[in-house]
Design a protein around this ligand. Structure first.
Ligand code: ADP
Ligand code: 5GP
Length: 218
């Protein structure tokens, strides 16, 4: 008897961290490692930074459009962060998951908590990225060169709020060396894909094994 690969259910992979700890860099590297991963492009009411492309990094929408989407239950989760609204549109996530594709989220702790408590909670893998030190976190925010001094100061003030939710996550990585953290993340994703709940075809495979077993023992 030949065995066939069991169809896999898509995993919701959530990356959170205080701003500047490295989650966008890690998300980008994960997408390069596995181009079948689908990135959840969030909707936000904040203005685009230089170099950010609408529909690619974010869907930049108005507050009225955002509220409309929420009212229509079009968001899997949403939150107010740094004075702006952010949310994950539900439709593309459902489509990807149903097609067996994993979806990657770069969202804050509030969004992670909402997804964990949703119907999709048991198909969720959440990873929190910690910086090696607060000093290094600030250095990275400054070196990224994307924000004004005022925004950096606001992000630094909010960083403890984000870090304080570290213990609600499945995995926590200290992003000291970026290559080492990338490897750890890939190992986690590879293992989590094998979770029983992610392999709906296992039941029929085991039924087949059982039949074969019974036949053999006659
Ligand atoms: P986040 O998405 O969490 O806000 P980024 O991925 O944008 O953070 O990283 C912030 C800055 O720090 C970027 O310039 C990035 O290249 C850099 N960076 C990320 N990880 C590391 C690391 N392990 N060591 C040194 N610099 C890093
Ligand atoms: P930034 O403005 O730097 O792109 O993002 C600010 C914060 O908002 C980051 O912590 C990021 O993870 C979070 N964020 C981005 N998109 C979403 C989203 O769709 N939902 C939630 N809850 N947080 C988000």
């Amino acid at each position: 008897m030949t065995t066939t690969a069991s169809p896999r259910r898509g995993l919701l992979i959530i990356l959170s961290s205080p701003s500047g700890a490295g989650k966008s860099t890690l998300a980008r590297r994960l997408m390069e490692w596995d181009p079948t991963l689908s990135f959840s492009v969030s909707a936000t009411t904040r203005t685009a930074r230089p170099g950010e492309v609408d529909g690619d990094h974010y869907h930049f929408i108005s507050e009225a459009e955002f509220k409309q989407l929420v009212a229509e239950s079009g968001m899997l989760e949403h939150a107010h962060v740094f004075g702006n609204f952010y949310g994950s549109p539900l439709k593309p996530v459902k489509e990807a998951i149903e097609a067996g594709r994993d979806v990657l989220f770069d969202i804050d702790w509030q969004g992670a908590q909402q997804i964990r408590n949703s119907d999709l909670g048991k198909h969720t893998l959440s990873v929190f990225i910690l910086p090696p030190s607060i000093e290094e976190l600030k250095r990275r925010l400054v070196s990224r060169g994307q924000d004004t001094e005022d925004t950096i100061s606001k992000r630094m003030q909010k960083s403890w709020d984000e870090i304080s939710h570290w213990d609600g996550y499945d995995y926590v990585l200290v992003n000291d060396d970026i290559d080492a953290t990338e490897e750890q993340l890939k190992t986690i994703v590879s293992a989590e894909r094998m979770r029983r709940a992610q392999q709906p075809g296992l039941q029929s495979h085991v039924r087949g094994l059982h039949l074969e077993f019974e036949e053999g023992s006659k």
